[in-house]
Design a protein around this ligand. Sequence first.
Ligand code: AMP
Ligand code: MG
Length: 489
Amino acid sequence: MRKITDLQFENTYRKLPEDFYHLVKPTPFNNPHLVAFNTDAAALIDLDSREAQSPEFSDYISGKKTLPGSDPLAMYYTGHQFGVYNPDIGDGRAILLGEVRNNKGESWDLHLKGSGRTEFSRVFDGRAVLRSSIREYLCSEAMNGLGIPTTRALCIIGSDEKVERETTERGAMIVRMAPTHVRFGSFEAFHYTDRADYVKLLADYVIEHHFPDIISESDKYSLFFSEVVDRTARLVSKWQSIGFTHGVMNTDNMSITGLTIDYGPYGFLEDYNPEFTPNHSDSFGRYSFQNQPAIAHWNLNKLAVALSSIIDGERAQKNLDEFRNIYSQSYVDIMSKKLGFNEELPEDVELIKRILDILVNNEVDYTIFFRKLGNISSSNSDDALYIVSMFEDGTAITDWIASYKLRLKAENSSDSRRKKEMDLINPKFILRNYLAENAIRKAVDDGDYLEIERLHRILRDPFSEQIQYQDYAAASPDWGKKLVISCSS
Ligand code: AMP
Ligand code: MG
């Protein structure tokens, strides 16, 4: 394990032409201090967790001192924001410190968010607030715990610097990690400035580093696009099955490697409501929960346009047409596992639709329902009462449970094995908004960071019982359901 000054940097993005980025150093805080540190993420870059104790750690990781081997830069990208092309984005408040190679040969971007102004900052301050940094930190690690591809979070650095948002808040930085931060918008940037040569160069770069299996194929660019369609469809199927709503699915927030990236006004479904739109500023619900698959498809269309100089148009259209099938198949696979089925039968799709409709009409907590369903016995006829009691109208759910039990019998399901399997796919703990809010309030109001640590510990392991944290598995209190999330961050 290495010291913070001893990380093995290998900065491949820096070797691309300078039109791909601006070289810029972080603007340090006066009094940087450690708010949260993630030993899981540290292990990915061979960083000795004891380093977090050293006062110098915060100085190095937040750019007050220069990390030996780092070569900071702000990445250039553009993108479609709320359906409209914006030629003017890029890392406006984040800096890629560099890429760290670990002892397994994996490469991890260290990306510092909230690090001050860059050439891409436009009129904004280049900062991030503690509130949004905590939200990103907790959610990326919660998603990882849930088995959903995501960027990771190494640490949060706090400060006493004032940052103006709706109110005056305190500035913070988060160190985010991912194999790459290239987005759909990175390709759009060069397509819309007529730099087909750079589109190709970026595709070559991404294929070499992240899709090495196809590097020798003669049609590698078309295969690359098809792979991105596949990964994106599967990613969104995971979001839909867990109830995650990203909130701002602009093309600049779409990872080229199919990760969840850029946690802003996201939210997890609590009562099952397909129209759920966590971003209060998204008045038309463009990025509502139910729209996410269609938006992912729309974004992939924009990626196809951006890659049009190097891929075959007809093939790309076929890939886009396949999106729906890949998505649906993956979604049904996950949902049938959530229901505890080992095989898929044709009637399962109907059973899934029926239960989702019943959940909508009864405003039942999605996560709690599926977790409890694991306890049902296929033979005992009374044991479903505890589930029925969650519903306002008991009739539809009673009928559904009868069909469900018949379906379980059809594959001779064993109750104990099914319960074990269901508990591995139906989480007990999700990051409810109010839980994040509690951790934020303690941190912001009292400088108490223990709740961040506690929540992180619970959420990194969301499928295990953790009886001592039973309260964290309960439905949100009323105040928690009414919390409003704006996109200010
Ligand atoms: P986001 O909504 O975080 O994905 O950001 C969209 C674009 O706005 C990106 O180019 C960001 O870098 C930029 N941006 C957002 N907030 C700020 C800020 N406070 N200062 C500078 N740029 C920002
Ligand atoms: Mg973004």
